[in-house]
Design a protein around this ligand. Structure first.
Ligand SMILES: Cc1cc2nc3c(=O)[nH]c(=O)nc-3n(C[C@H](O)[C@H](O)[C@H](O)COP(=O)(O)O)c2cc1C
Length: 364
């Protein structure tokens, strides 16, 4: 019996019909409070329950040590409220953001939905966040860093697409000393035109500006959409080589709606095929793995990949590692399965035949 998946989740979402965003915000502020008060008893209790440590799970990448390969994906903790607590929940790394140069409220609510029949989510948050300066302040106040922290950067909604490079650069300047790796997010479907920044001519000036400022100090990655075709991905891989990107995050949410069992969002009469937003979770799994495999093969295994999209089970995690991912991220699966998901996956990975004694996981 999984007490979270089988009891708490149905109680919250079906019984109480709780609004997913309200629950998430409440959780984040609770984590923030635990972190700022350094509530030692709570932190060590969480660690006992949810941390699974094994030297075979350690990943060395970009000069960083990841205690295990599973991180929290961008978008859950956009403003870094839970930073002091994520390590105690067992994550091997956390990616905060998407953060934008200007604070912004995001799209009108409701904008976050659970699709339980599909083990999926639909969101159209629109980069609601407190801005890069507020995140910088929060990172400065973090008492200690126990896991690598990635920072995911996006374009402010008010900034025209033509000025995207200077907008990303403004955020990077405020944050560059404070993150362990950085991500150019050009793949969220909820900021008008953002995905067009994946086109080579539009992405190039952003990478030029950031790498000039960066001077090789921090690993810089690009996060891509699952809806790109192979030639579009080839274009990004070419830029990755030219501008010495540290890796690719594959993938963000999808605009595709095929094979969904859900027909309507709660309280809506608009067919889900016409609802705005990106789909996360199980329906994304196979496509994101396909994209990971393509990038791994096209780059002859030389470009590190963070694999994300629809990971719920050990088999899902192994599938992405075998396709060529060096690290993994979870979001929707963690929401459905609960915090017990991490120790469950990590224990299985550590005892997998590919995890040789006293060495790290060797995939693919
Ligand atoms: C509510 C929600 C908000 C998200 N916000 C962001 C974001 O701000 N930036 C980003 O790069 N990805 C964002 N994502 C995408 C996730 O990081 C991840 O790429 C995607 O959900 C696929 O993983 P999953 O199937 O495990 O959820 C968001 C996803 C969800 C569900």
């Amino acid at each position: 019996m999984n007490w979270y998946r089988d009891l708490l989740y149905p109680f919250l979402f079906s019984g109480l019909k709780a609004d997913p965003e309200t629950l998430k915000v409440q959780l984040l502020y609770a984590l923030h409070r635990i972190g700022t008060t350094q509530a030692a008893a709570i932190l060590s209790g969480l660690e006992r329950l949810f941390c699974y440590r094994d030297p075979r799970l350690e990943v060395q990448l970009w000069g960083l040590t990841f205690p295990n390969p599973i991180g929290l994906a961008a978008g859950f903790d956009k403003d870094g409220l839970g930073l002091a607590v994520w390590p105690s929940l067992g994550f091997g790394f956390v990616e905060v953001g998407t953060v934008t140069a200007q604070a912004q409220p995001g799209n009108p609510k409701p904008r976050l939905f659970q699709l339980p029949q599909d083990r999926a989510g639909l969101n159209r948050m629109g980069f609601n966040n407190q801005g890069a300066a507020a995140l910088a302040e929060r990172l400065r106040q973090l008492p200690q860093r126990r896991i690598p922290i990635g920072i995911n950067l996006g374009k402010s909604k008010l900034t025209p697409l033509e000025e995207a490079a200077s907008d990303y650069l403004a955020s990077f300047r405020l944050l560059k000393e404070l993150g362990d790796y950085f991500v150019v997010n050009v793949s969220s479907p909820n900021t008008p035109g953002l995905r067009s920044l994946q086109e080579s001519e539009r992405l190039e000036p952003i990478l030029v500006a950031l790498q000039q400022e960066n001077q090789g100090q921090k690993p810089l990655l690009v996060k891509i959409a699952p809806d790109l075709d192979w030639p579009q991905i080839d274009g990004i891989l070419e830029l990755a080589q030219t501008y010495r990107l540290a890796g690719i995050i594959a993938t963000n949410t999808t605009l595709r709606r095929d094979n969904l069992k859900t027909r309507f969002l709660p309280g809506s009469r608009i067919p889900i095929t016409e609802e705005a937003g990106g789909i996360s979770g199980a329906p994304l799994r196979a496509r994101s793995t396909e994209v990971i495999r393509y990038i791994h093969q096209a780059s002859q295994g030389k470009l590190p990949i963070i694999g994300v999209g629809g990971i719920f089970t050990v088999a899902d995690a192994l599938e992405k590692l075998e396709a060529g991912a060096s690290l993994l991220q979870v979001y929707t699966g963690w929401v459905y399965e609960g915090p017990g998901m991490l120790p469950r996956l990590l224990r299985a990975l550590a005892t997998h035949p590919r995890a040789a004694a006293n060495s790290t996981l060797q995939f693919p």
